[in-house]
Every structure is written in C-alpha cells, then in structure tokens.
Design a protein around this ligand. Sequence first.
Ligand code: WT7
Length: 647
Amino acid sequence: MAEQLLYPVPEEWAAEAKVGSAAYDAMYAAAAADPDAFWLEQAKRLEWVKAPTVAGEWSFDEADFGISWFKDGVLNVAANCLDRHLATRGDQIAIIWEPDEPGEEPRRYTYAQLHEEVCRFANVLKAQGVRKGDRVTVYLPMIPEAAFALLACARIGAIHSVVFGGFSPDALAGRIQDCDSRVVITADCGRRGGKRIPLKANVDAAAPRAPSLEKVIVIKATGDDVPMHDRDVWYHEVAASVSTECAPEPMNAEDPLFILYTSGSTGKPKGVLHTTGGYLLWASFTHELVFDYRPGNVFWCAADIGWVTGHTYVIYGPLANGATTLMYEGLPNWPDASRIWQVVDRHQVHTVFTAPTALRALMKEGDAPVKATSRKSLKLLGTVGEPINPEAWRWYHEVVGEGRSPIVDTWWQTETGGALIAPLPGATDLKPGSATKPLPGVHPQLVDETGQVLHGATSGNLCLTASWPGQMRTVWGDHARFFQTYFTTYPGKYFTGDGCRRDEDGYYWITGRVDDVINVSGHRMGTAEVESALVLHPRVAEAAVVGMPHDVKGQGIYAYVTLNAGETGSDGLNAELKQWVRKEIGPIASPDVIQFAPGLPKTRSGKIMRRILRKIAENDIGSLGDTSTLADPSVVDDLVANRATLG
Ligand code: WT7
C-alpha cells in the first residue's frame, strides 16, 4: 500500500474551525497588503494602558537597521495574562500542575489564585530590591512557582532570564554575568524522572564566578536540606509578610520582557532579547490560531520553561488567551512509556504539544503503553523543535491520535518568539514532515549560497524578508552581534540558519541547520561551545564537533579529539571527556561519541574541513569529495579507519 502523503483537513475541523482555508488565505493576503492596519487591528486582542497608533517600524539594512512594533503603546504583560481575565474567568483554572511522582496530587490555580500568587511574588521581588529594568535569573524546575516568578517579573517590569535547570554551574554563571543579574530565583532541588537536580547547590557553585550576584531567592520545593548563605533568602519566609496586592507597572511596548540565552555557530551563547508588546501579541495570536484555542480546552505544551517553547506556549500565549495550561514537572516516559498519555487522561487534555525526539523515544516502546490509555479527550497534536520524520508523524497520528487529530508541526526559533511556519488545523491539509505554510505576516524566501532568490519548487537557505511582531530585538549587550549574526549573510534579510525545501504546493520542509549548530533532542547546541569545553581539558590539544544521525535524538554529538603530544586515547579518557563536558555545560552537551584523532583535516591555511568530518560521522564515506586540497590528505584515511559508532 502506498504511503499516504496528504492528510486533508478532517470534516469536523473544516466545519468548525475558527480559521478555515479561505479565511487563512484572506488573513495572509490582508497582512501582506497592509501590515500596519492588520497588526493594529490584531493588537486589540491585548489590553493596553495606551493603545498603539503605529505598528511595525523596521529596517533590515545596515544604514537604518532597527526593529520596533507598537512603539507608542503602553501595557503590562502580567495584567494581560491575569487581571483582565478576573471579571470573566476568575474561577476558571489557569494552571494545572502535574507533579513528577505519579501518585502525588496535582495542584490547580484559578486565574484569581494565580493573580494573587503573582502579586505576592512581585512584592517579594520588590522587597529584595528588584526594580523595573533589572535582570532576574530564574533557575527553577517545572513547578508553579516558575510561572509565578516569570509573571511577577513582568508585573514589575523586571527582565527575566530563565536558565534551564539542566545547565551546569559554569553555564549558569556565564548567563548571570552576561546580563549583570543581581538576583537569582532557584529552588532547593528539582525533580525529574525520579531524580534530584541540586539547583541550589549549583547556584552556590556558580556564585564565585558570577560577581554581579547579590541575592538568591530559594523556593522550598522538595524539602531537601540545603545550606543557606548570607545572600540567600527563603521565598516562603519573605512571602509571609508581603501584601498580595501589586499594581502592574505600565510598560512601553518596546521595553524588554525577557532574555533567553541560545547557542549560535560562534562564540558564547547569545542573550536573545524579546520585548513586551510585539512578543505578547505574537504569543497570543499564534497560540489561538495554530492550536485553534477555545475556552475550556486543556492545553499541554510539554516543554520546559528553560526553552522558548516553555515561555511562549506554557506561559504567555495560553495565559494571554485565558486558557487552562498544564505544567508538568517530569519526563514523558517516566516511570514508564504510558505516563504522558496517563496525564492526558487524568486532566482531560485537549491539545498536546511535544518534540519529535520524545515521540521517537516513546515509539520505540511500542503501541501497548499508548493503547493502555483512553486519550478520548485528545483532539489536537503538535510538534516543535526539529524536523519530524514521517514514520514518527504517522505513529503520532495513527496510534496516539487514532487518526482523528490533526498534527500541527510548528517551525520557529528562540529568535522568532513563536511559530512562523505551521499549519492551522482547520485550514491546512497536512503532509507528514512538513511545517506546511507561513502564518499571516510571515514572508519566507529561499536563496542560494550567493544570495540569489530561488522561486517555485526548490531548495535553499531560509530567510525572512519582513519583520513580524514577535521578532527578537537585539542580542543583550551586543547590538552589533545581532546585526552581524542574522542580517549580513544575505544583506537586507533575516537569515534563519536553516536549510529548507519548498514543494510544488508551496509547502515548506525544513531540512535542518546549515550552520555549525546541531539539534540534539530538539535543543540547539553550538558545536563551537562543545569544542571550547573539550579543549579546556588539560590533555586535549584540539577538538572538532559535528552532528551525527541519531534515531531518538535526531542528531547526536560526534567529537573528534586530538590529544596533546605524548598522550594516548583510552576508554577511560573517552568516558572522562564525556563527563567533563557534562560538568562544563550540562548533560545535553555531552558527546555521544568521541573519536581520538591524531590529526584533523585542514586546508593549507589551517581551516578545519568540517564537511569531511560530517561525512565521516554520518558514515557517508563514499562522498567525501576532493581531499587533495588538504594540508595532509592522509589524516582522512586514519579518521575513516577509526570511525566511532554509537556503543
Ligand atoms: C531551530 C531553533 C522552536 C522552538 C524550539 C527550538 C529547528 C524548530 C522545527 C520544526 C524543523 C525545526 C530549526 C530551528 N526547528 N522547529 N518544526 N521543523 N526544524 O528553538 O532552540 O531556537 O532552535 O530548531 O533548525 O532553526 P531553538
């Protein structure tokens, strides 16, 4: 039987969708024809202290480079996510929290309760000296207090910078220091998949390398014993004596909302800066459109708040839309492969939004753990973070969704604030593996290496030719790097770093990064970062890191390591180096394989030929191409002969 390549919009969806196929076309056309009018109209979905009179003012050209949206508008993000819902849905559940331990009781917060918690948290921040514009680093597990913390920052105009709980003390210290953050919010410990994550101890270890740090606010989450120092305060102690009223700070639309660090192809992670009005509008607009969100639906984005997906689709998008959002502390496959679907049943989840890597890991366990659950509440499925292989797509569609639920494959980036290319469940026929078509206001363009614009069905490098409200505004502290990173490869355009194919129907198929960034389990990793960590080891002379195919992670990390003269590689050193990178950056950066290489393939001018290293890692030895231009072509034979494989 031929594989089904096109999945038309199901009839019930076509009949009832908020935005059907014709409406999508009309919206797309309207946003293209008069973007200012379109976005000023859309801006009405938010509550403004002062409504904006101007929409996008931007240029991607060097001479007058700059991006702003709604620059004369005034609003507060927390007021939009909380206060304005109080009259209409104060008693509706805003957050359902599912704990790591399956036997433990979930926690639920109505909009009224969440409002109170956020006001209390905001007053705690104020009591600790946090003021508008200050940076607050958030290093928390997936507990409700993480949502309170983010919204509390937004309420008083402080800029939050969330650091994923899986990052090491070193990585945390770098991120605290880069944005001169004086305050860190953390917890005694985190829990994930039955394991403890020593968050407070990690902050203590980071502190000596983060001199800007003055205060640590510690949430008692697990009750583990942790040492408290002069700079530390228990959240619950301060919270006991503050008021639960806190007026939202009126913010300009272009005031910063948050910083989120992400890896690039060069240098240290960049602090991606998002601002207040445009970001919130994009979060709200895309959450409603792409997930066809309706009141009463329980929406579950399974991402951690340490990533942009958690910011936009666990917190800001759903809460701006008055939704019920589910926050899950644990892992999709713990204690077993049924857990994610048990959570769906327990909370009658309508939409589940997760990463292909999680689906591939679950798929390996077979259909039985899925079929042991009902999933009758589940009406819509989403994926994000990396290309989804058609096999995983079909498994998600047939086995998980029993064929009734559309899958929205959302392509976007930390930089884009929210989804840019994605189907609308009631409007777009689906093709497994394609993120389908651009959302209104999104203008993709494919170009070749030289910048030549490519038309029709073709493959090329994916650029965006126009700004959209959710676009990042700068790299924290380094505006020149912002311009240099995204707008100089193809002048006048935003270059995404992704390769992409467009088919005869105008559908987009993201093929993966074309720069030195790899995508490990839906998380972005800069190869340069892993290399820098490896060469810090006293026995390592040089390292080159590339991606390799990995059937669960999508891409694994393949490291070629040249040791100092006189040193020899061993299994022991191999394991030690993997552990070293875990400690330097975090578990997600630890190489899957390490190959000790006496030499790396270099051009005569000393540049490492990564193309060759990638081919060897992919076991695509037949197409290594011309190696005669290398300074020493014989190194390639050694690399091929001693290729490392997943153990
Ligand atoms: C990179 C961005 C999107 C938020 C989570 C990751 C890849 C993302 C898809 C998708 C194919 C995808 C791209 C992109 N990516 N979504 N649906 N299909 N690739 O955010 O860490 O900033 O990574 O993830 O390569 O550039 P991020």
